[in-house]
Design a binder for this molecule. Sequence first.
Ligand code: ADP
Ligand code: MG
Length: 292
Amino acid sequence: ATPTAIMVGSGVGLNRGILFKTAAVLEGIAKLQAIGFDKTGTLTKGTPEVTDIVAYGDFTEKDILRIAAAGENPSIHPLAQAVVAKSKLEELKIENVENYREEAGYGVTCSYQGKTLLIGNIKLMDLQGVDIGESEQDFRRLAESGRTTSFIALDGKVIGLIALADVIKESTIEAIKRLHNLGLKTFMITGDNKKVANVVGEQVGIDEVIAEILPQDKISIIKKYQDQGYKVAMVGDGINDAPALAQADIGIAIGSGTDVAKETGDVVLVRNDLLDVERAIRLGRKTLGKIK
Ligand code: ADP
Ligand code: MG
């Protein structure tokens, strides 16, 4: 593309809230063949809500919510904030915990009234040697309905489950369709459970779903596509996505995201509208003179 074309292209992008960091990005985006998306906060709104609470033994649903909120209160993870929000809605008092530790892609570990409290996914339970026992059936049922489910375990025993559902963004289905019309392959990379991810993937019509991936392993998925010869973009919003955004040929940060993602991104979509992904690619192609 000529320098003038690039200036014009960047200017048009700017007016639409599509920021290209460098001129090379505008050319690079025209050549993309595959595009990956983070699930939570990118394909979905990223503001999950508690839908179900299951309690075992002598515990009530209120107990489960109260104990989970205590453990999740220090966390800024969207799942954690949803649990805390629900407990506030129910006017429960938020208790203090000690020795709080959060493991990305797993969940939270802490001490609650002298007992070890775990809140997280099945991988966290496996890692800590917790037998999920009778909760397995409930977990399966909830996951198959597309809900992200956290196990709540106290001193090595599952005392309850909390299921959360996230809403797909209005423009997601149309955005994926338009990218397919441009001839791109689409995929989702998420740390969430496979069953949940597959339900979301089917709803949005994405080509491939890659789930139960730890934040640090998201890079290797991008590399796999690159090794197969694809020019790959990654779209994300979270802190955890920054390495994958950096590994991709083009990293695309969306508006609602963290500053880290915005710094790492080659393209920043200010309006938090997934349709802008396709607009950015078309703008790049137009600048390169591939389409009129
Ligand atoms: P994503 O790839 O969808 O952005 P993350 O990598 O942030 O997801 O988290 C992956 C999974 O780790 C979540 O689906 C959840 O099961 C678990 N997890 C992480 N943090 C927490 C937390 N604070 N509370 C409960 N579960 C958590
Ligand atoms: Mg994330």
